[in-house]
Write a protein that binds this ligand. Structure first.
Ligand SMILES: [Cu+2]
Length: 268
């Protein structure tokens, strides 16, 4: 029996392995929601069947109120029934759903409304039909300015980096997101055309990229590995192939990768 149970759980559990610090809390809340709401669904169906069978039984057709009362609809009895079968369950459900909503909102806000730590790595994510670009600020830790009219992917400037801005000279642009394990990263997510959805299932991260806005989300990848990055908004004919990946590597490997890309940029 336990083997069968494990098999069923493994078959229906569709989430990929989690590689982030906040992931277990998100997965835990999802499980909790599934179990609680699943039990409520079963309870509601059982009640429905019970009431249905009970009402149609011939012995129950002439139902009366409690002995001594004037009938089913005496006001004290009706009030009791109202509390027992309507108001109390309603209050209990309201409290339960409010609790679930507050727990979910707190988790959601922890990655967005609460600011990232000052030591967090800054990476800019840009969605453009049908590609993701990742920009690192380089050794000066400041992003150079970009101009929409300079955007020219075939010429090697997909983000429109302004060559006149010295702060952008050391910026590194990559089509793969590489992050060091164990360090918080603060992503500034934007779009150059339509709404895209930056989605990293293995990091439990999902945030829309909206033209004209920079949306921030921060998290800490913990387990080195390769994680798919997808677009979760239908953004045009090439939406399905708008994919890349996140490589979480040890800090030393990250530094090597960064310096190699920096040198490549300097040689251009
Ligand atoms: Cu897209």
């Amino acid at each position: 029996m336990p083997v069968l149970g494990a098999f069923i759980i493994k078959t229906i559990w569709w989430m990929p392995p989690d590689g982030s610090l906040h992931g277990p809390a998100a997965d835990g809340l999802l499980w909790f929601n599934l179990v609680v709401l699943g039990l409520l669904l079963l309870l509601a169906q059982a009640l429905l069947i019970f009431v249905f069978l009970r009402r149609t039984h011939p012995n129950n057709l002439s139902e009366r109120g409690p002995k001594g009362s004037k009938g089913l609809f005496s006001s004290t009895h009706a009030k009791k029934l109202l509390w027992r079968y309507e108001l109390l369950p309603l209050i209990a459900l309201t409290l339960l759903y409010t609790g679930l909503a507050i727990a979910a909102q707190r988790l959601w806000a922890a990655n967005r409304f609460q600011g990232a730590s000052p030591q967090a790595l800054q990476v800019e994510v840009t969605g453009v039909q049908f590609q993701w670009y990742f920009r690192y600020p380089g050794p000066d830790a400041v992003f150079g300015s970009t101009r929409a009219e300079l955007v020219n992917a075939p010429a090697g400037n997909p983000l429109g980096l302004d060559p006149a801005d010295a702060r952008g000279q050391d910026d590194i642009v990559s089509s793969v997101l590489v992050l060091p394990a164990g360090r918080e990263v603060d992503l500034g997510i934007r779009s150059l055309d339509v709404i895209h959805g930056f989605f990293v299932p293995g990091m439990r991260v999902k945030q829309n990229a909206v033209p004209g806005m920079e949306m921030h989300i921060h998290f800490t990848p913990t387990i080195p590995g390769d994680y798919p990055i997808l677009c979760s908004q239908i953004c045009g004919s090439g939406h399905a192939r708008m994919q890349t990946h996140l490589r979480v590597v040890p800090e030393a490997e990250y530094k090597t990768w960064l310096s190699q890309h920096g040198r490549k940029r300097a040689a251009e």
